[in-house]
Design a protein around this ligand. Sequence first.
Ligand SMILES: Cc1cc2nc3c(=O)[nH]c(=O)nc-3n(C[C@H](O)[C@H](O)[C@H](O)COP(=O)(O)OP(=O)(O)OC[C@H]3O[C@@H](n4cnc5c(N)ncnc54)[C@H](O)[C@@H]3O)c2cc1C
Length: 483
Amino acid sequence: MDQKVTKPQPPTEATLQRLAGVVGARYALRDDEDKQPYLVEWRDKYFGAAAMVLRPGSVEEVSQLLAIANETHTAIVPQGGNTGLVGAQIPFESGHEIVLSLSRLNRVRDIDAADNTITVDAGCVLQSIQDAADRVDRLFPLRIGSEGSCQIGGNIGTNAGGTAVLAYGNTRDLVLGLEVVLADGRVWNGLRRLRKDNTGYDLKNLFIGSEGTLGIVTGAVLKLFPRPRDKATVFIGLPSPANALELLGLAQERTGRRVTGFEIMPRFGLEVVITHGQNMRDPLAEPHPWYVLMELSGGGSPGTLNDTASDILAEAAEAGWVSDAALAASEAQAGDFWRLREVVSETQKHEGGSIKFDVSVPVSSVPDFIDEVSAACKALEPGCRPLQFGHMGDGNIHSNITQPVGADKQAFLDRWGDFNDVVHEVVARFQGSISAEHGVGRLKRDWMPRIKQPLELEMMYMLKHQLDPNGILNPGKVLPPQN
Ligand SMILES: Cc1cc2nc3c(=O)[nH]c(=O)nc-3n(C[C@H](O)[C@H](O)[C@H](O)COP(=O)(O)OP(=O)(O)OC[C@H]3O[C@@H](n4cnc5c(N)ncnc54)[C@H](O)[C@@H]3O)c2cc1C
């Protein structure tokens, strides 16, 4: 393939002035202190630099900014809520890139309960979309731990997953239409509300999960669903992930698509949460090797699913798959159970360094996968403490390997590459993915040639070249630079 994306140039003072002129001085940040929050990510893993942070207030402004950037070959790094976990939203250290924050584009444009759609600006915080849906008695089911800060543009950019994927799918499954500003500044209005539209290539799906490398999403039409009238939330202690798999099968067989959450964590995870979290307590009287947080939800009379859950648990206990369980007696208690799951990542920081993997395997392989990753990591570093938890219902496990007690944090983190090799080898053996829901960004970019077929990579470069020939959109992310 001879098509190559060209390299962006450092912006001149004249280019910076032109860009600032579009948004006005107040929204063109050049001061180090003002830029700082946009240059560091949540885990303090990447520290970037930028010539400027731009905060446009309209689609028209985004369009004008990109037209200038394209003409001057200036690199643009789109940023939403800055909660991404692969470094894709953070500029490189050169200081030559411009961060383009979408946070001022935060209007709900339209909500239609009859069509079950909501049309939003890309900078809407996810939780505000959930709340807007709730006000018209509908559900927007994308549910992730960062929902109070992440934006729908970022969710679309990463094709975010979360805890409700097993019932409602990834972000990709929730998007009906998109509005996208292309690299040259032209605006594609694809804000369709259709459930069926087979008129050629599905362009919106090109942009979903492209991590800001193909276009800038400025608006989206999203699917809404009936708000569940009935819900049962259970915190379950069990002997092993294999038992959890049996329980999942039973629950799905008995309730169909009403299993809307099925999260797993080991005892070590619960201990970390209880020790370092605020107001956390073990819902069960005795410790158990593994826990599942299961949610059933759907239509029907309130309370019915509690009965269903009790029947399922009784049958599972009889089979020896479940040791003990607590059924939430109120919404508040259900919230407490969910918090135990949601704070695993942040409380784990108190145990020192951890090397993190966001991987997926076929659901039926999860128990063996967990065992083999633990064994491989312990063979590499005997004292390490694997904390493997997450979305068992869709096969997405966060394999977070915590440093040995008392070890030097940096020395442990320096071994990230060694752990990568052993964990990715297990992932490959199970025909899984090394990035289930967080994306590729910077963190996993150099693995792309190893995990993608040459033809897949070639098609990706072809698309990049066609949509962004000057290589200005989030350069150096997702795809390794071409020589
Ligand atoms: C505590 C915590 C829990 C999390 N839990 C989950 C989880 O359960 N599931 C999950 O999938 N992720 C999870 N994440 C990761 C993160 O929240 C998601 O990746 C989220 O979708 C990122 O959204 P954001 O608005 O913060 O995007 P950012 O981090 O700002 O950007 C992410 C990517 O999207 C691009 N982008 C942003 N806005 C646009 C736009 N308008 N147009 C084009 N590209 C754009 C950026 O360039 C970047 O490549 C979690 C993160 C944290 C901190």
